[in-house]
Design a protein around this ligand. Structure first.
Ligand code: GLU
Length: 359
């Protein structure tokens, strides 16, 4: 009898030890984060450590970037893939689709908990917004860059990368859409842009940051209300080929001419995002041109050259009457991407306008 009791006790003890081990290994397990490197200043190299502005972007490979910040391995099991090695102003829809497909493959893997994309800052906002629209996942996706090359005194890339990995590794980042991390601040992809071309605090959003990272801990203060990632109707899995419907941007000013608009129409451009003055205004002497192009099937998207605020529909211009679309608060470069994706699904202006309200 005594023997049976002690055997049972032993079994319970073994079970307890195994459960404790299992529990602690689950609790202690570090998340897996993959860094998708695309180039930019974060991978830039200058001739001298004092060269913070004159350097070549997209030089340093992903493994060197990772090895330069060994502390990221305390936050997650980090591995890297070199998707591109490019300065981001040279990214076209082809590269954008390549990045999106690569990120999509990664987030589908059970053993990937989060993805960080290192990127040039020039078009970082475009890539982040595109991923925000086409990747169906709740896993954290963080796009990060730097303003100083890796070889500069006080390079900002290492700390930005450290924070980006912390963000991608954090369960709190799940389901918040694609995030931009720069200069300690966590931003939403849809409303964040590069606003200063020199300083390390180059990125901003008129609606403010979502939060901050301090010593690898995220502090959250607000959340976006617009559709993104798993709630998006766009899906990279459904986009075929390596181009998107052709959409171009024109810049508003005084003394414009119809030349560029007519040339774009002739070249087969499907939609023009007009970065108009003020409320996306159209000069009275261009209204006929716009309406002629609209009758020919081209979409007219009224955006604004003003960084903040949002374009009001049927104010300044009778959009309902002309069958034009307004870009809401999306800047022209983001409006270009949403329009291109919209055109993969519809040419109905009411539908396109709905998408601008919802994303
Ligand atoms: N123009 C380059 C790029 O966007 C360098 C700028 C940067 O990354 O800060 O890739």
């Amino acid at each position: 009898m005594e023997n049976i009791v002690s055997k049972t006790q032993l079994t319970y003890k073994t079970l307890a030890i195994s459960l404790t081990f299992l529990f602690s290994s689950v609790v202690m397990a570090k998340p897996n984060v993959t860094i998708v490197a695309t180039g930019g200043t974060i991978a830039g190299a200058g001739a001298d450590a004092t060269n913070s502005a004159t350097y070549s972007a997209a030089k340093v490979p992903v493994d060197t970037l990772i090895n330069a910040v060994p502390q990221i391995q305390n936050l997650a099991n980090v591995n890297g893939v070199q998707a591109l090695q490019i300065a981001s102003e040279s990214i076209s829809d082809k590269e954008l689709l390549t990045i999106a497909r690569q990120v999509n493959e990664l987030v589908k893997k059970d053993d990937v908990n989060g993805v960080v994309i290192t990127h040039g800052t020039d078009t970082l906002e475009e890539t982040a917004f595109f991923l925000n629209l086409v990747i169906h996942t709740d896993k954290p996706i963080v796009v990060v860059g730097s303003m100083r090359p890796s070889t500069a005194i006080s390079a900002d890339g290492p700390l930005n990368l450290y924070g980006a990995v912390a963000l991608a590794a954090s369960p709190e980042s799940k389901g918040k859409g694609v995030l931009i991390f720069m200069n300690d601040s966590i931003f939403a992809a849809r409303d964040t842009s590069k606003r200063i071309n020199i300083h390390t605090n180059a990125f901003g959003s008129q609606w403010g940051a979502l939060g901050m990272i301090v010593e690898s801990k995220p502090y959250w203060f607000r959340e976006g209300v617009k559709r993104n990632t798993s709630k998006s109707e766009f899906n990279i899995d459904q986009i075929k080929g390596d181009s998107l419907p052709l959409v171009q941007i024109t810049y508003g000013s005084d003394s414009m001419t119809p030349i560029a608009y007519d040339a774009y129409a002739k070249a087969g451009v499907k939609a023009i995002v007009h970065a108009g003055t003020g409320n996306g205004s159209v000069p009275n002497y261009l209204v006929d041109t716009f309406n002629k192009l609209r009758s020919g099937g081209m979409q007219i998207i009224r955006s604004s050259r003003v960084a903040d605020g949002f374009v009001l529909r049927n104010a300044e211009q009778p959009d309902d009457k002309y069958d034009w679309v307004v870009a809401h608060d999306l800047n022209p470069q983001k409006a270009r991407l949403l329009t291109a994706l919209a055109l993969t699904k519809t040419t109905d202006t009411k539908e396109i306008q709905r998408m601008f309200w919802e994303y």
